[in-house]
Write a protein that binds this ligand. Structure first.
Ligand SMILES: *[C@@H]1O[C@H](CO)[C@@H](O)[C@H](O)[C@H]1NC(C)=O
Ligand SMILES: *[C@@H]1O[C@H](CO)[C@@H](O)[C@H](O)[C@H]1NC(C)=O
Ligand SMILES: *[C@@H]1O[C@H](CO)[C@@H](O)[C@H](O)[C@H]1NC(C)=O
Ligand SMILES: *[C@@H]1O[C@H](CO)[C@@H](O)[C@H](O)[C@H]1NC(C)=O
Ligand SMILES: *[C@@H]1O[C@H](CO)[C@@H](O)[C@H](O)[C@H]1NC(C)=O
Ligand SMILES: *[C@@H]1O[C@H](CO)[C@@H](O)[C@H](O)[C@H]1NC(C)=O
Ligand SMILES: *[C@@H]1O[C@H](CO)[C@@H](O)[C@H](O)[C@H]1NC(C)=O
Ligand SMILES: *[C@@H]1O[C@H](CO)[C@@H](O)[C@H](O)[C@H]1NC(C)=O
Ligand SMILES: *[C@@H]1O[C@H](CO)[C@@H](O)[C@H](O)[C@H]1NC(C)=O
Ligand SMILES: *[C@@H]1O[C@H](CO)[C@@H](O)[C@H](O)[C@H]1NC(C)=O
Length: 876
């Protein structure tokens, strides 16, 4: 077991290192938004070799979803998305090189990830400036916004801003550094209108054909003729389009006609920049020439052009151009001396986009972020630029923002009632334009810092209702500063400490309530608490070894104690075996003539078994929950130990899944219900029990079902308390069932509720897939490996138990699967607590029972519609 886990980790690490070294994607940022935790990050996108990583380190908010409609039309990075049900503005924060030119691409897909078929419309912001409105009601298959932009600071904020009732979502963010002397504008950034190469058939080109990963979409018109070459070309200007784009060109079929390309502009005043790439790719005879002029909207734009043989010429405009009437028309017309028609290999058109609003002063931003980090502030709208746009300004701030071209400054900071702990943070003094500071109603301690008095603009300070001590610094006792410090009992305000100008304060007496009294009260309370705690633990753990001591746990409850001969009688001399455990046999029995029971008889003289017996009796005597199997009684007579439980006639879940109980298949919605009930049982052990217990042997074989498929968790033989227990948690023998055993607990021996969460995750995967937990025919691979492998192929139908006959809602299936995988995360800190698991399962059930079946259209394997490549291109 241990070895195979170790090996797996090593393999994963090696693969990652290998991938990183294989590609030169210097400066590229490729974020697959909403990539689930359990999927490998970073990973190599198969068709481009681009190294994509999860976006989780670049944004604090949002939830993850997965495209449900036509998933085959999207490349992997655009298949998952992050959506933002909360907050008006949610921002990515990316580290960039200030002053370097980047191509920034943001891709948006809806794909009915939530099964509600509500396509969102929202705004995209770059820092404080509107970049674009994303309308997925118009672009139902997704859209991509792309700009060429030079960041003005070391971090770039890309924000999704809610504008209506729909939920913003994003699929991918891609940044590519560009060459310095390319795409130069007078001012403003460039937003892509289109980028095309001219060929009758072919795919969208991008990385690795294009070193800068620009997307070149193929385009051709019926009045054109294609020419091509197979020869190597010289492409050494600042633009370096892909060679595959330049090897083809369009010429007008009517050789005397011009070559025309028309497009519409968004507005009449729109300014644009054109980059037309030419290269002669035909073998010209001595008496042949190709020469043409370029006209834009009927006016001479450039020329004449004589394309160089197999060598690139890029025609660009120095000043921006506008198109009259909203239509732009580019025409290439041959000159009188030309014997050949004009040609065009590739064309890029951008429009100028202005980002006029300056970002907030960089040192103010750094200071406020440090303040937020120091106090671990949890403010949902503290994202993006602190001051602008004004309607999205951070709570508690006020700013001076007069002209768009000057960086706004923070003038007021109000962190009143924000649960602040610790000292007054020094970063405040970096807010050099601060006028008002309100830190009242917090738990601030330490002294009132000297620097507050040295901040020139600061004229209003409220520090009242904190736990500050010391005295008021001299520097603050100056004219023009309004200072409030009431409600700080330990602050010395007496004359000897010098009194500030106007306010009255409660005297220091309050604080001098004899410390000794407080301390001794505290000690007594502590003693009582510890004592109480200890006694619970003792009660919880010490089951007597000899029958005489046994009274201590037997008397207190109504459970019946049976003699061994009664056990023989009730099982009809151990006639019918129900099951066999590690140290015990389980028999069918009857008590009081009618009540059916399951009798677990401990095999004799097994110390290990005795301990488990002890633990189980102890636990079952204390816990009562409808989803935990209940104890009817027990036998404790010499070496004869037996536990008598309620009998669940429908066997265990493992038997059902494996088909051992006939052909009856538990349907998907019942499976979800069973999972929820098991989770409720576990949640009770983790949260409801004192001390909290870990079950340690969660598996499908321990989920018993009654007539109505309500389930009960059984087999508490391995259960142990995991907090405040008398036993050191480390010293407990590692126990559990291979395959379900938490690898981290296995290594560290540290027991916690998250170990059960792991086992629960494995069990849930089993319920979803009906695959073996450990596949002996396949190299002993674990079910999580199998699922991770299958998830990468993206087809839920291949993952789900085929016995379910596709009768389930795709969304609820994905949700359950993602939940199971997050539970079975190798790292315990990444597993959700049982309370969250319960919540997720409830939502899954709602989703499943909402009646909307979401698996239509996914069934035909040969469906392979080409996505409109101008949208989110599927490269090759
Ligand atoms: C963005 O990230 C950079 C470094 O990664 C950090 O210095 C900066 O404070 C962050 N900005 C915000 C607004 O979180
Ligand atoms: C979206 O894609 C489907 C095929 O998957 C296609 O039929 C439809 O026309 C596309 N819609 C748009 C607006 O591009
Ligand atoms: C930038 O372009 C706009 C529109 O063409 C113009 O009004 C403005 O003066 C320009 N700014 C600079 C700094 O050149
Ligand atoms: C280029 O090569 C392919 C196959 O190698 C051939 O079919 C094609 O005709 C060639 N094109 C030109 C322009 O030589
Ligand atoms: C392009 O636009 C021009 C001017 O608006 C028009 O005369 C011409 O017919 C258009 N050509 C095509 C191919 O659309
Ligand atoms: C160019 O010369 C070739 C013979 O070398 C001749 O066949 C062709 O017609 C000439 N083309 C033109 C446009 O004069
Ligand atoms: C090209 O020929 C046309 C008539 O055929 C004439 O009007 C025009 O001036 C000529 N242009 C040049 C640059 O010679
Ligand atoms: C932050 O606050 C929100 C509610 O305002 C709460 O739901 C969330 O759990 C808090 N997060 C943390 C890390 O405290
Ligand atoms: C700070 O905010 C609180 C409410 O959160 C308000 O009562 C108080 O007046 C504000 N302080 C200032 C200086 O505006
Ligand atoms: C200060 O902390 C205590 C416990 O540490 C808490 O009960 C109290 O509510 C806190 N006060 C404020 C104003 O946050």
């Amino acid at each position: 077991m241990e070895r195979s886990f170790g090996l797996l980790l090593v393999l994963i690490t090696l693969v990652i290192i290998h991938i990183v070294q294989a590609q030169d994607q210097n400066g590229f940022i490729s974020l697959d938004c909403g990539l689930p935790e359990y999927q490998t990050s970073p990973y190599n996108e198969a068709s481009t070799g681009l190294l994509f990583s999860s976006d989780k380190d670049f944004i604090q908010s949002g939830k993850t979803g997965r495209v449900q409609e036509n998933p085959k039309n999207y490349l992997e990075p655009y298949l998952t998305l992050r959506y933002f049900p909360e907050g008006k503005r949610n921002c990515y924060n990316l580290s960039v090189d200030k002053g370097r030119k980047y191509l920034i691409g943001a891709s948006f897909v809806y794909g009915n990830y939530d099964g509600r078929d509500i396509k969102p419309v929202f705004d995209l912001y770059l820092g404080p400036n509107l970049w674009a409105t994303i309308d997925l009601q118009r672009w139902v298959n997704g859209t991509r916004e792309e700009i060429l932009h030079i960041p003005t600071s070391k971090s770039l904020q890309i924000c999704l801003v809610r504008t209506g009732t729909t939920t913003p979502a994003i699929a991918a963010l891609e940044l590519r550094p560009l060459r310095k002397n390319s795409y130069i504008t007078q001012n403003g950034s460039l937003s892509l209108v289109f980028r095309r190469y001219f060929k009758e058939s072919g795919f969208t080109l991008r990385y690795m054909e294009d070193v800068s990963d620009r997307l070149w979409v193929r385009f051709f018109m019926k009045e054109w003729t294609q020419i091509s070459t197979n020869l190597t070309m010289k492409i050494n200007n600042n633009y370096v389009p892909p060679e595959d784009a330049l090897k083809n060109a369009a010429t007008p079929t009517d050789t005397s006609a011009p070559l025309t390309i028309n497009w519409s502009s968004e507005s009449f005043s729109e300014e644009c920049y054109l980059y037309a790439h030419f290269a002669e790719i035909q073998d010209l005879q001595a008496n042949e020439t190709r020469e043409f002029n370029i006209l834009l909207n009927g006016e001479h734009y450039y020329g004449p052009v004589i394309p160089k043989k197999l060598d690139i010429t890029t025609v660009e405009n120095v000043t921006p151009k506008t198109c009259q009437g909203g239509v732009c028309s580019l025409q290439l017309t041959r000159t009188n001396r030309s014997t050949l028609p004009p040609l065009l290999n590739a064309l890029e058109v951008y429009r100028v986009i202005q980002f006029p609003q300056s970002e907030t002063d960089e040192s103010d931003v750094d200071a406020i972020i440090e303040i937020a980090a120091t106090y671990a502030l949890n403010k949902t709208n503290w994202q993006g630029d602190p001051c602008v746009p004004e309607q999205l300004r951070w709570d508690g701030l006020n700013c001076k923002n007069t002209e768009m071209s000057t960086p706004p400054r923070i003038t007021s900071l109000n962190l009143s009632s924000s649960g602040l702990n610790g000292n007054i943070v020094a970063a405040i003094q970096s807010l050099t334009k601060l006028k008002k500071l309100d830190l009242s109603n917090n738990n601030l301690t330490g002294e009132v810092p000297e620097f507050l008095g040295n901040m020139e603009s600061l004229s209003f300070i409220n520090l009242s209702w904190n736990t500050l001590n010391g005295s008021i610094p001299q520097s603050l006792q100056k004219k023009g500063v309004e200072l409030s410090v009431e409600g700080n009992p330990r602050l010395c305000l007496s004359d000897s400490c010098r009194k500030p100008s106007k306010k009255k304060f409660p005297m220091a007496i309050v604080a001098s309530i004899p410390v000794a009294i407080v301390a001794s009260v505290f000690i007594v309370v502590l003693f009582l608490v510890l004592r109480r705690k200890k006694s619970t633990v003792v009660k919880g753990l010490h089951l007597p070894r000899t029958p005489t001591e046994e009274v201590t746990f037997a008397n207190k409850n109504s459970k019946r104690r049976f003699t061994y001969s009664e056990v023989i009688q009730m099982t009809n001399n151990f006639e019918k075996v129900l099951g066999k455990g590690g140290f015990d046999m389980v028999y069918h029995g009857t008590v009081s003539g009618s009540e059916q029971v399951a009798v677990k008889v401990l095999s004799q003289s097994s110390t290990q078994g005795y301990k488990e017996f002890k633990a189980e009796v102890d636990l079952l005597l204390r816990v009562h929950h409808t989803n935990l199997v209940s104890l009817v009684g027990y036998c404790y007579e010499g070496d004869h130990l037996a536990l008598i439980y309620e009998f669940l006639p429908n066997g265990d879940l493992k038997q059902h899944l494996s088909g051992k109980r006939g052909r009856f298949i538990i349907n998907w919605s019942t499976r979800l219900q069973i999972a929820l009930e098991a989770a409720l049982g576990l949640g009770y052990l983790h949260i409801g029990c004192k001390p909290p217990m870990a079950h340690r042997d969660v598996k499908t074989a321990n989920i018993l079902l009654d007539d109505n498929f309500k389930d009960k968790l059984s087999d508490f033989g391995l259960s142990r308390p995991f907090q405040g227990g008398g036993e050191s948690q480390q010293s407990t023998v590692i126990a559990g069932t291979p395959g379900y055993l938490d690898p981290e607990y296995h290594h560290s021996g540290r027991l916690g509720e998250k170990s059960d969460v792991y086992s629960f995750g494995v069990e849930l995967l089993e319920m979803i897939t009906n695959q073996p937990v450990i596949n002996q025919t396949n190299d002993n691979s674990h079910i999580t490996q199998w699922v991770a492998f299958m998830v990468n192929r993206g087809n839920i139908i291949e993952i789900m138990d085929p016995n379910l006959s596709k009768d389930y809602d795709i969304n609820s299936a994905w949700r359950a699967l993602e939940l199971a995988m997050s539970c079975a995360n190798p790292s315990s800190s990444k597993r959700p607590p049982m309370s969250q698991v319960i919540q997720e399962l409830k939502e899954c059930i709602v989703c499943e029972n909402s009646g909307i079946r979401n698996n239509q259209g996914l069934e035909s394997e040969d469906m392979n519609i080409d996505l409109d490549t101008s949208v989110v291109p599927r490269a090759r």
